[in-house]
Design a binder for this molecule. Sequence first.
Ligand code: CO
Length: 137
Amino acid sequence: MISKVDHIGIAVFSIEEAMPTYRALGLEIHEVEEVPQEGVRVAMLQCGESKIELLEPTRDDSPIATFLAKRGPGMHHLCLGTDDIQADDERLRTAGLRVLRPAPTRGAGGCWVQFVHPKSTGGVLLELSQPAAEGEE
Ligand code: CO
């Protein structure tokens, strides 16, 4: 079941250069992680019960590099938290929505993630995220 807005993803050229703005808002980096399969460095900022995810490209063919080249920095995706991503994945496919991956894959923080194309959602790239189970590698 989808139960919360987990985080909002924001594309930045540089996490370091973006941080003074967020520090001025009273937010701090909770953790930084490199996700090589996505070609990004991710900084998670805790914001109450939600998070802000700053996404910095680590290579030119990263989807975030492509996004920045086309549209510049800004809001990239909205992530909804779920406790059953497999069921959500199937329900979305059945409903005819265009999911981006053949099946949920591992993303930042070891979470299982799936994405829904903006053309299926009225212009918003949606991420679904389920924390990895205890002890799951
Ligand atoms: Co995200």
